[in-house]
Design a protein around this ligand. Structure first.
Ligand SMILES: [Zn+2]
Length: 403
């Protein structure tokens, strides 16, 4: 009977399944058998296995047929009709055959575990019938899915320039993460609808919607997601029965946006270098190594409390360098320059007799004497020329910094 009293105590710590088992086994009245399997069950951890990708369409329904006749001659190499002026892919508004459902369709395929594998174009379009036997990835691209610049995430070659209609694979000369979405059914909640449908394909940086014209520009955070989304949403409908027209966006003419983009690409390059170099080297470059940091602070303070010269001053090389180390090897040349400058100054003083006196040189200012001399020379040269017309004409108002 002692065993029976103990059993509820042990059962309390066990998961639902194990306690049920132990209760069931109490009827056998064999105590040694009861405790052993119960302990085993506690140790069992349920591991969620990665799910295989499912086929998006029934393979039986897939037929291999030449495409519908859209031209006068059939090119067997490209499997396309050519000639004639019937074909205009922008005007042929046929709805996409399928639509990818990331939550239900994605899973592992033969491509998983192969570094550098490409994404399945048919999966993105929602019509891959191969499921887990596909040689391409059946999932959404992530931030680490970065491909060579000359191919897109599906492994298709990019071109040097965009097509005239901005469709197709796109160009390798520009990192374009913005998709133009046209022919959206105009409704009151168009912004919400666009955001909801396009957020399915990855993290979005920004969306601009021209509500009354049924146009949107969707910018993804990562290039691969933009490429994926452009294929996934091509010829799809949102809430209405429209057929979307997807293109690559033209570059943003806003100079601020261009600067932002340039900085982003710079940061990306820096990140790539960081990955490629050993960690301690990067730490020294970036000043994360405290010793190197301390040394730099002492060296570039030049005896001034709390002052630290910026990089361009500290690493400057030449006779006028502030850093004594930067002047090494320039002394002789410097003396020659000083002599030349003295001669130049004499000549200048002669020229300046009939001109207003120059500004007094500030001793100990941030500019060295040679720099000031050069500036003075420039002043003279400018003063001798006629002043350019700056504030006349009707376009003066556009020449302001206030926009
Ligand atoms: Zn596939």
């Amino acid at each position: 009977m002692a065993e029976v009293v103990n059993r509820p105590d042990t059962a309390v710590n066990l998961p639902e399944m194990a306690s049920e088992d132990s209760l069931a086994l109490t009827t056998t009245k064999n105590t040694t058998e009861v405790t052993a399997p119960a302990e085993k069950k506690v140790k069992k951890i349920i591991r969620r296995k990665k799910r295989p990708a499912r086929a998006q369409v029934d393979p039986a329904t897939v037929k291999s047929e030449p495409p519908a006749q859209t031209g006068t001659t059939f090119n067997i190499w490209y499997n396309k009709w050519a000639g004639g002026d019937k074909e205009d892919s922008a005007m042929s508004q046929t709805h996409a055959k399928g639509r990818c459902n990331i939550a239900l369709d994605s899973g592992y395929t033969k491509a998983d575990g192969h570094p550098g594998a490409f994404f399945c174009l048919y999966f993105a379009r929602g019509v891959c019938h191969k499921g887990q036997d596909c040689d391409y990835l059946h999932r959404l691209p992530g931030p680490y899915d970065i491909f060579p610049q000359n191919v897109d995430c599906f492994g298709r070659d990019k071109f040097s320039d965009y097509r005239d209609d901005m469709g197709g694979v796109g160009s390798f000369s520009r990192q374009n993460r913005t998709i133009y979405v046209g022919r959206i059914h105009v409704s009151d909640d168009i912004e919400e609808i666009v955001a909801r449908h396009f957020a399915e394909w990855g993290p979005i940086e920004r969306i601009r919607v021209l509500s009354n014209r049924g146009i949107a520009f969707v910018t993804y955070r990562d290039l691969a997601n933009a490429e994926f989304a452009k294929e996934a949403m091509a010829w799809q409908s949102l809430e209405g029965n429209e057929i979307l027209n997807l293109r690559w966006s033209l570059p943003d003419p806003n100079p601020m946006a261009q600067k932002r983009e340039a900085r982003r690409i710079e940061e990306q390059a820096a990140e790539a270098i960081r990955k490629a170099l050993p960690a301690e080297f990067v730490a020294e470059i970036e000043g994360k190594d405290p010793e190197a940091r301390k040394r730099r602070k002492i060296e570039s303070g030049y005896g001034l409390e709390g002052y630290e010269a910026p990089d361009e001053v500290h690493f400057a090389r030449g006779p006028n360098a502030v850093n004594p180390r930067g002047r090494e090897g320039f002394e002789l040349e410097h003396e020659q320059r000083l002599m030349l400058e003295a001669a130049e100054q004499e000549m200048m003083q002669e020229q300046q007799y009939d001109k207003p006196p120059p500004q007094q040189q500030q001793q100990g200012g941030i500019f060295s004497s040679s720099t000031l001399a050069a500036l003075q020379g420039a002043q003279v040269a400018v003063a001798s020329k006629p002043a350019p017309k700056t504030s006349t004409g009707p376009l003066v108002a556009y020449d302001s910094d206030s926009d």
